[in-house]
Ligand binder design. Structure first.
Ligand SMILES: C[S@@+](CC[C@H](N)C(=O)[O-])C[C@H]1O[C@@H](n2cnc3c(N)ncnc32)[C@H](O)[C@@H]1O
Length: 497
């Protein structure tokens, strides 16, 4: 049975009810997962993530980083002591500017590139950055953006269009305003526009009526979505493009599930990034608590999180399986495997392999785990274990696989996880670490963007291969293999020394 055909007759796709709600997400969690459209989805995802470049640019302007670099090339230590910034977080910020080709490093010295030296192109520099910072916070919920005497969406459209007209620095202007496009995509999902259009509410006035929104303001949003290639108007009716299909919440595995997870709380915390760069503050933890504790306490948020992770898995599992890293393993123990979507695809590719799904008890439970849906296929060879990897991991002589798990934790926690594996692994076992490793000297920008995005959310970070190797060594492992997969993931394989 293929992943695409994992369905349950008990859970039909819910009829549309309104804005995103978890009931709908729950429904989609137990219907067929669409793993197709990887390219369309991947491109839209990149555009959505590009908001992070705007944030890095504006924060660097606000914190005086650009101005200082304009005076002289300087080292991280000097820059952080002169501007009173955390050296570690400054370096993560400069890494994004480096990938955007705004900054380059020569030896220890950072300097602006030709393009970067024009970063105060607004001529108002810092003031403009503060304006964007405030606008970022204002653009919190879709209904606020579309209501009021002068709906915010008018300002957004003017910035995207009028602001650009005659702008000599188009490339920089685009980088600085990318976040507005990202937010427009978010609004489309929050209002569930794609599902509404798909189910026949297709004119601007009928959409405005069903959402109780101002028609004029909604029209601006719809036109912006048309500009992004998400919908198109024919006569007076709106239609979804292929990209638009990816914004349907009722479509399991669609990008909508990842986008909706990037909700107001995370948006708000990214708006407070200056504090993270100044002193390493983690606004999400200050406001809501440690991420996984927060998810445990808030089951509906936890469901959103798991579905968002599934969306990412649909983007990357085919490439990962092609890598051959699991060839020859007798068993895969997926640590932090969420609902088991990735493990399902491994089990499907290797019919003789055994599998263990390990995650927190609140995640690896009967209602949540996708593998349950394919019981007749995997029942005899897959087991599901709930627990914390800081306390134990299942014993195995196979391969321990961790996809996007270690980047949630600081170095000490990562070493603790490795030590738990080291303690429980049987002779012959290996570890496969799948992460967006910081690219060393290549063009890939996504790991740096994800690293920056995570800064105000949790204590973890992306790492380079050598940083990961150091942590492996500290727990008694040696690195025995490395592969780059797709546009930003890497696989590291390690064995006991
Ligand atoms: C970023 S998600 C990655 C999920 C999945 N591997 C993927 O790539 O989509 C991190 C996973 O680690 C799990 N996790 C967090 N803390 C854990 C703990 N102490 N023990 C076991 N799993 C944990 C989370 O529940 C979550 O499923």
């Amino acid at each position: 049975m293929s992943i695409n055909s994992i369905t349950t007759s008990l859970s039909p796709i819910h009829p549309l009810k309104g804005e995103f709600d978890v009931e709908k997400a729950e429904a989609s969690s137990s219907t067929a997962i669409d793993t197709e459209n990887v390219l369309v989805k991947g491109k839209l995802m990149e555009e959505f993530l590009s908001a992070v470049s705007s944030v890095a640019i504006h924060a660097s302007n606000r914190l005086g980083i650009i101005e200082k670099l304009k005076e002289n090339p300087t080292s991280i230590e000097m820059l952080s002591s002169e501007l009173n910034l955390s050296a570690k977080h400054l370096s993560r910020t400069l890494a994004v500017l480096g990938k955007l080709k705004l900054v380059e490093v020569k030896g220890e010295q950072y300097e602006l590139t030709e393009l970067g030296s024009r970063l105060d192109f607004y001529s108002k520099g810092e003031r403009e950055a503060i304006y964007h910072g405030a606008l970022w916070i204002e653009l919190c919920t879709a209904s606020d953006v579309l209501t009021g005497e002068h709906p915010l969406i008018e300002k957004v459209a003017a910035l995207l269009h009028d602001g650009r007209i005659g702008h000599e620095e188009k490339q920089l202007y685009d980088l600085a305003t990318n976040y507005l496009w990202s937010r427009i995509i978010y609004f489309a999902v929050e209002l569930n526009l794609a599902d509404r259009i798909a189910s026949g509410t297709r004119s601007t006035d009928s959409l405005a009526n069903s959402l109780h929104l101002d028609e004029g303001a909604l029209r601006i949003l719809l036109e912006l979505l048309q500009e992004k290639g998400i919908i198109y108007e024919e006569g007076s009716m709106w239609n979804l493009t292929e990209r638009g299909q990816e914004l349907r919440i009722s479509k399991p595995g669609s990008l909508a599930h990842h986008i909706i997870f990037d909700d107001t709380k995370r948006w708000e915390c990214l708006g407070l990034i200056d504090e993270s760069i100044r002193c390493g503050a983690i606004p999400f933890e200050e406001k809501y608590g440690e991420l996984f504790e927060y998810l445990k306490e808030n089951p509906s948020e936890s469901k959103k999180f798991d579905l968002a992770m599934d969306t990412i898995t649909t983007l990357e599992s085919a490439e990962l399986l092609k890598s051959g890293v699991f060839d020859g393993a007798s068993e895969i123990v997926e640590i932090g495997g969420g609902r088991g979507l990735f493990l399902s695809s491994i089990m499907e590719k290797y019919p003789d392999m055994k599998g263990v799904l390990f995650d927190l008890p609140s995640v690896a439970n009967h209602e949540n785990v996708l593998l349950e849906l394919s019981e007749e296929n995997f029942r005899d060879r897959v087991s599901i274990v709930g627990g914390s990897f800081f306390e134990f991991v299942p014993k195995s002589c196979g391969m321990y696989c961790m996809k996007r798990v270690l980047h949630d934790w600081d170095d000490d926690h990562v070493v603790s996880i490795f030590k738990q594996i080291e303690k429980n692994m049987l002779p012959g076992a290996k570890i496969a670490i799948i992460e967006p490793l910081l690219s060393e000297g290549d063009e890939r920008i996504t790991p740096e963007l994800i690293d920056f995005y995570m800064m105000p959310l949790l204590e973890g970070r992306e790492r380079s291969m050598s940083e990961m190797e150091r942590l492996l060594n500290a727990a008694g492992f040696e690195l025995t293999g490395k592969q780059i997969v797709g546009s930003f993931l890497s696989i590291l394989v390690a064995e006991k020394k």
